[in-house]
Design a protein around this ligand. Structure first.
Ligand SMILES: [Zn+2]
Length: 319
């Protein structure tokens, strides 16, 4: 039997889906308990309550009290200060300019350490733990929003204001729709899962991205057009990352990343088309540096577990 203080909880809060696990505080092995549910958005107080309930349900399923866990690690979109546990500008979760002190509020109610970081940062850490080039990679999260997590020279690059990697709010289309951040034509407004759902609504239970790529593979001309335009925008994001920080590897992830090989192929084709007219881009070989996370691995959760483990005193993890 695992002593109680040897367990941690981890959450990966996406704009659409929240995943959670209970895992051992040290050593290898799969999570003991896991969950996946729609993210409840709209109001910060409701979000706090729902996330608290998720941790509570995970603990119950693992047969422990929350107070018996070593720590909770949470990945969440937006501008996150991991020291204070403050979240701002998680525009897809209803968190705006007013700070949400998520770590303090959950920590006070649980009575154990709660630590929060940006979800893309944690996914980059998680990807670094399971892939080669572990000390230099970018994790491009294409979900409800678009953001990139950076592990450069072995360290997370958070940025001076915590905004490193918020490339979803890079305007790329002056005629595009107004973004929730207030600008027009952001990458997120044209190349996110939410943007894709507007362009290719799915009503058969599949995710819009899965439905779109299946329809394109089956030869639907409108689907091919939407897919190729979408892949072109993602390729633009990859080019921005490559030219700005030149990481060894760019990992495609997020909800849309679950499309897998067909997404990788479409974005590689778009990158090669760009490189066809540019000896500079051709030399960078961004298509060759693009990768998917291994099957069955949720890098954001791997990173959130690592974050929680970092807050458990080493003595508590020894048998
Ligand atoms: Zn924006």
């Amino acid at each position: 039997v695992t002593p109680l203080e040897h367990l941690v909880a981890a959450l990966d809060v996406g704009g659409t889906t929240t995943r959670g696990v209970i895992a051992r505080a040290a050593g290898p092995g799969p999570p003991l308990v896991s969950t996946r549910a729609p993210t409840v958005t709209g109001e910060a107080d409701v979000l706090v309550d729902v996330l608290g309930g998720t941790v509570s349900a995970l603990a119950s399923a693992a047969g422990v009290e929350i107070g018996e866990l070593g720590a909770v690690g949470i990945g969440i979109p937006g501008i996150v200060d991991p020291v204070s546990g403050r979240v701002r500008h998680a525009v897809n979760l209803g968190v705006g300019d007013a700070p949400l002190y998520l770590a303090d509020r959950l920590g006070a109610s649980f009575g154990i350490p709660v630590v929060v970081d940006n979800d893309a940062n944690l996914a980059a850490l998680g990807a670094a733990a399971v892939l080669d080039h572990s000390d230099d990679l970018a994790y491009l999260s294409i979900g409800t929003g678009v953001a990139v997590g950076l592990v450069l020279d072995g360290r997370i690059r958070r940025g001076w204001r915590g905004a490193a990697g918020e490339i979803g709010h890079l305007p790329v289309d002056p005629d595009g729709p107004v973004c929730r951040c207030g600008q027009r034509g952001c990458l997120e407004a044209v190349a996110s899962g939410a943007a894709l759902a507007r362009q290719w609504p799915a009503d058969d239970g599949l995710s819009p991205a899965t439905a779109l790529f299946a329809a394109a593979a089956a030869g639907s001309a409108p689907a091919i057009a939407v897919r190729d335009r979408f892949a072109g925008h993602v390729a633009q994001a990859v080019a921005v990352i490559g030219l700005a920080v030149d990481p060894a590897l760019v990992v495609l992830g997020g909800g849309v990343g679950e499309v897998g090989a067909p997404l990788l192929a479409a974005v590689r084709a778009a990158l090669r088309a760009r490189a066809g007219g540019s000896p500079l881009l051709a030399d960078l070989d961004l298509a060759g540096r693009l990768a998917l996370a291994p099957d069955g691995v949720a890098p954001g959760l791997v990173g959130a577990v690592e974050l929680a483990r970092s807050r458990v005193p080493a003595a508590a993890t020894e048998r």
